[in-house]
Design a protein around this ligand. Structure first.
Ligand code: LRH
Length: 484
């Protein structure tokens, strides 16, 4: 059996995880290295320190070697939509700008002034979010674009720096809102609208293809194992869905991290009128699947509260404080753009409650309770809609990712939605990353076998609805949201 390393970098942290299938036919994970991530203001924009992230990958690979890994496959996944502009000399022009940067405010309205939203949705099936690559490129510095030889999504760029080989992996490329669903290629009209050319993107590659070996020059600089980079499902959410142990076809997934991505895996995209109205997306998945989902603000709200309090409490402590508070004291549309990157999340939540004449949360417990209760309400509301759009009620919700450890939130979600919640694995993204490498290398046959392995390797905790504890809270919430 091979040694496999997943490099999984999210908006707030990154990690390298070693995965092996042991003699009992279980997937065993070992954390090799963990580091923080975040954007900082640089040159007038919120930017990612991409060289530092790459350096952390090498530090992790050096650690792997010290742990006895001499030869490994490596897969890289990161958050979606952001990209690096690479100049004619093969180097990045600047550090990449974060999707939370303010530059795309109102860009959807501007761009869709003469290309209708329906037209774009029919072509791409992708939800309208200001953070999409399409709107970021629309607001890109025109001089920089002229100097750009290649536009590379973050994990593609990292793979390129490591190996010298450039591809545009499909799961992540689809989040640009520039892939044409029918043609399976970048859409010429949409590219023209933002002044870029198809030739500026590397060739499209499927998840599971081989990218290449790590360049010799890096092996002179760092003490690395012998690594072959596999182009996995490079969008972290795509990897998380691969790593979700769903069985049958009445389950939905909730990838719970900085974002909450709630949806269903489909074999055929769903870009009809109802999906358009509800702003659901059809991101391309591994092995010809589609991630039909909605982006929900997620743990970002709790992460931001924590950061503003100088990380005084752990997430577990914050959840424990929230549980002491009377739930559902206020309704908040947590997907309101105002929570995307406010100066202060605490001030923003309090201002929202004041403006809507509701109880203003003050303590950490009250603030976190407000966030979790409204996340659970949002999930329950979406699960209902999702079942209607796909024409089949959802029976089980699989929650994966770091947020699957929050018992309080899992239980509320099950009770409000009236269905079973299955939580875990919390490292589903790394697990999905590893699974694609294992399929690509022949150690696993396909997605079904991979999910069986995941099911038998990790503890999956089940939550069932508690008796009618909050009988009319969801209906009241729905009325509140509709009225806004
Ligand atoms: C989650 C995620 C999500 C995208 C967002 C930009 O990390 O990749 O799927 O919508 O970041």
């Amino acid at each position: 059996m091979n040694d496999y390393i997943a490099v999984d970098i999210g908006a707030s942290s990154g990690r390298l995880i070693l995965g092996r299938i042991n003699n009992q036919k279980k997937l065993v994970l070992e954390e090799i290295h963990r580091f923080i991530n975040g954007f900082t203001k640089e040159n007038g924009h919120d930017r990612w320190a991409i060289d530092q992230l790459i350096h952390e990958i090498f530090i992790g690979l050096e650690k792997a070697k010290r742990m006895g890994v001499n030869k490994a496959k490596v897969g890289i996944d990161t958050w979606a939509v952001d990209y690096v502009l690479v100049g004619m000399d093969g180097r990045k022009l600047q550090n990449p700008i974060s999707y939370r940067d303010q530059r795309t405010r109102h860009a959807i309205e501007e761009l869709t002034g003469d290309l209708s939203k329906e037209y774009i949705y029919k072509k791409t099936g992708i939800q309208f979010l200001e953070l999409n690559t399409l709107y970021q490129l629309y607001k890109e510095n025109k001089e920089d674009l002229k100097k750009t030889d290649r536009i590379m999504m973050i994990p593609d760029y990292i793979g390129y720096v490591l190996t010298g080989n450039a591809v545009a992996e499909v799961t992540n490329a689809s989040t640009t809102q520039m892939l044409n669903l029918r043609e399976g290629l970048f859409d010429k009209d949409l590219l023209a609208k933002v002044n870029v050319y198809p030739e500026q993107f590397p060739r499209l590659a499927e998840s599971g293809s081989v990218l290449g070996a790590i360049r010799h020059k890096w092996r002179l600089e760092y003490d690395l194992p012998d690594c072959e980079v596999i182009t996995v499902a490079t969008h972290d959410t795509a990897s998380a869905v691969v790593g979700t142990p769903g069985e049958g076809d009445d389950w939905a997934f909730l990838s719970s991290g900085t974002w909450s991505l709630l949806g269903k895996e489909l074999n055929v995209p769903e870009n009809g009128a109802e999906a358009f109205k509800e702003n659901y997306t059809n991101e391309w998945g591994a092995y010809g699947t589609y991630r039909f989902l909605k982006n929900i603000m997620g743990l970002w709200i709790v992460q931001s509260i924590r950061r503003e309090q100088d990380n005084k409490y752990s997430f577990a402590e914050m959840a424990a404080q929230a549980e002491q508070v009377e739930p559902f004291q206020q309704f908040i549309n947590i997907n309101d753009d105002r929570f995307s990157n406010p100066k202060s999340m605490i001030d923003e939540i309090q201002a929202y409650c004041e403006e809507t004449h509701q109880t203003v949360p003050q303590t950490t417990g009250e603030l976190v309770a407000a966030a979790y209760c409204n996340l659970a309400l949002f999930y329950a509301n979406e699960l209902e809609k999702l079942g209607k759009i796909v024409g089949q009620p959802i029976k089980v919700l699989h929650i994966v990712g770091g947020g699957s450890n929050v018992d309080f939130l899992n239980q509320l979600t099950s009770t409000l939605s009236g269905i079973t919640v299955k939580a875990g694995p919390s490292e589903a993204t790394a697990v999905g990353n590893l699974a694609v490498q294992m399929i690509s290398s022949g150690d696993l046959s396909d997605l079904v076998e991979a999910r069986k392995l995941i099911n038998q390797s990790f503890e999956i905790k089940a939550y069932t609805p508690q008796d009618n504890q909050y009988p009319d809270v969801l209906a009241k919430y729905q009325a509140f949201i509709q009225g806004r």
